[in-house]
Design a protein around this ligand. Structure first.
Ligand code: CS2
Length: 487
């Protein structure tokens, strides 16, 4: 079992924390302790903790989901003293393994909500960060407003002192701080959203406003919500992968994380209550994150869903298989160079073509074995976030819509859960209900155009786009993906 005691005799080749864990404080609370967070933010913070004067910035992880899975995960963290290993692997298969010690404590919110609220109200907490997924912010894509009518949000508004959502917890924590005269914390979104800081600001301030106008005004005036661009491909870890990672590292870790060697974090330097010296750990601080986000979301994430949907239909299951397929690479290159890149206002110094080439190499990483089902999971939320700008700009400028239409069609076909070889798979779509799935499976290929995933461009004239989507769905069904790919 990996825990504090074995830090003193780690297997050869495994790097342990380069600082004394006992001295590490609890300056950060993080909601959503998934693989990505553990390979990204926690890894950067871990590097900071090894620097002089940074020991305040340890992390308290919060899990919002209870049930047997949530409880098992909390138990694993507790048994391992919140330690876990991170294996970073290059496209050539070279690995490094380190034990990350930045996570000091793990709180399972449903088991002890008050413990989370106490931590949020504690002056030691100076940053509250989160990875709660693209769909987790309850923002209406059409109006840009926070959806106060989402059932979990409504329940928290009815019972704000006993919250269950991140909005309820954070705002109740801020209310207590305000009442006690304690400075607020920074709220840091680490999700792949356009202007994630602004989205988080809208969400948290709207929630607070529905409770108490004065509190909302105080948050608006005193809390900061930096924008950030986060990037590191981090696959899920199933049992065979866990066993293989342990075998390679020599550790006995119930919570190993695997990630590509590439990592990027671009941040706006807008922290209302201090921050770690992240720039010393490789984080880039810039005035305006928007350009970096555009590049990341419209190049990487958008093409991930495109390749994921087409790849699943063709019978692939892993990301690297899609970039070993010359037809899919041709499609992706055409999408990047003709549809995405001309519309991106790239920040000075960012070479989009080099970025494109790097993506192909990153996607080719076999050792990461990133599954297409993970990449497409919650596609209903991702499509809105990753494709909306590109689709809107193409519609406005009269740009060729073929590849975009084909991508939408492939996504719809993918949702049907059967590949061209007749093999089934189960798409992971937590937000699609039975009525929406019925639209996907309807015999009329146009029915699925009504899915909320496409709301982001519903106010525009989409006659031509819709016709192209329907034609592409028909072509995919009749001839298969490969024979119908637009040139
Ligand atoms: C993927 C991301 O699931 C997805 O949407 O595109 O998880 C992707 O791997 C990360 O954003 C990479 O930084």
């Amino acid at each position: 079992m990996l825990n504090e005691t074995i830090l003193h005799h780690l297997p050869a080749g495994v790097q342990g924390p380069r600082y004394r864990r006992a001295e590490v404080g609890r300056g950060i609370v993080h909601f959503g302790v998934g693989n990505f967070f553990r390979a990204h933010e926690a890894w950067y913070v871990d590097r900071c903790l090894a620097l002089p004067g940074q020991s305040a910035w340890g992390i308290v992880g919060v899990g919002l989901n209870g049930g047997s899975r949530g409880e098992a995960k909390a138990r694993e963290f507790q048994q391992q003293d919140c330690l876990y290993s991170l294996t970073e692997v290059t496209a050539d298969g070279a690995r490094t393994v380190s034990v990350i010690g930045a996570l000091r404590e793990y709180l399972l919110a449903p088991a002890d909500p008050e413990a989370v609220l106490r931590r949020l109200a504690d002056p030691e907490t100076r940053i509250v960060s989160m990875t709660i997924t693209e769909g987790g912010y309850h923002i209406d894509e059409e109006t840009g407003l926070f959806r106060l009518d989402a059932p979990a949000v409504r329940a928290d508004l009815d019972n704000p002192r006993r919250p269950t959502t991140v909005f309820g917890y954070v705002v109740e924590g801020l209310r207590r701080r305000r009442e006690a005269g304690i400075a607020p914390f920074t709220v840091l979104s680490c999700d792949n959203l356009r202007s994630n800081g602004h989205v988080a600001h809208t969400a948290f301030v709207s929630y607070a406003r529905a409770l108490d106008e004065g509190l909302a005004a105080w948050i608006d005036a005193n809390v900061t919500f930096p924008c950030s661009m986060v990037d590191r491909i981090t696959p899920g870890v199933d049992t065979p992968t866990r066993n293989a990672l342990n075998e390679a590292s020599g550790l006995d870790d119930d919570l190993p994380v695997l990630a590509e060697d590439f990592s990027q974090w671009v941040l706006e330097d807008n922290f209302c209550n201090g921050r770690p010296a992240l720039e010393e750990a490789g984080v880039e601080f810039v005035e305006d994150v928007a350009g970096y986000e555009q590049v990341k979301v419209r190049m990487l994430n958008a093409s991930h869903v495109l390749l994921g949907a087409m790849g699943l239909l063709l019978g692939y299951r892993y990301a690297h298989e899609t970039v070993e397929d010359a037809d899919l690479v041709r499609f992706a290159n055409a999408y990047w160079t003709q549809d995405a890149m001309p519309q991106i206002d790239a920040p000075a110094g960012v070479d989009l073509d080099a970025y494109r080439r790097r993506l192909l190499s990153r996607f080719s990483n076999r050792a990461v074995a990133d599954t297409l089902l993970r990449i497409c999971s919650d596609g209903a939320s991702k499509v809105r976030v990753f494709w909306t700008d590109t689709v809107r700009r193409s519609l406005t400028s009269g740009h060729d819509l073929q590849r975009i239409a084909f991508g939408i069609a492939a996504y719809m076909e993918m949702l049907r859960g059967q590949d061209e070889r007749g093999e089934g798979y189960t798409p992971i779509e937590p937000t699609l209900d039975a009525d929406e799935m019925a639209l996907v499976n309807a015999s009329d290929p146009a029915a699925a155009l009504a899915l909320p995933a496409f709301d982001g461009w519903r106010d525009m004239d989409t006659t031509e786009l819709d016709a192209a989507v329907v034609a592409a769905r028909r072509a995919i069904r009749e001839r298969g993906v490969r024979a119908s790919l637009p040139t």
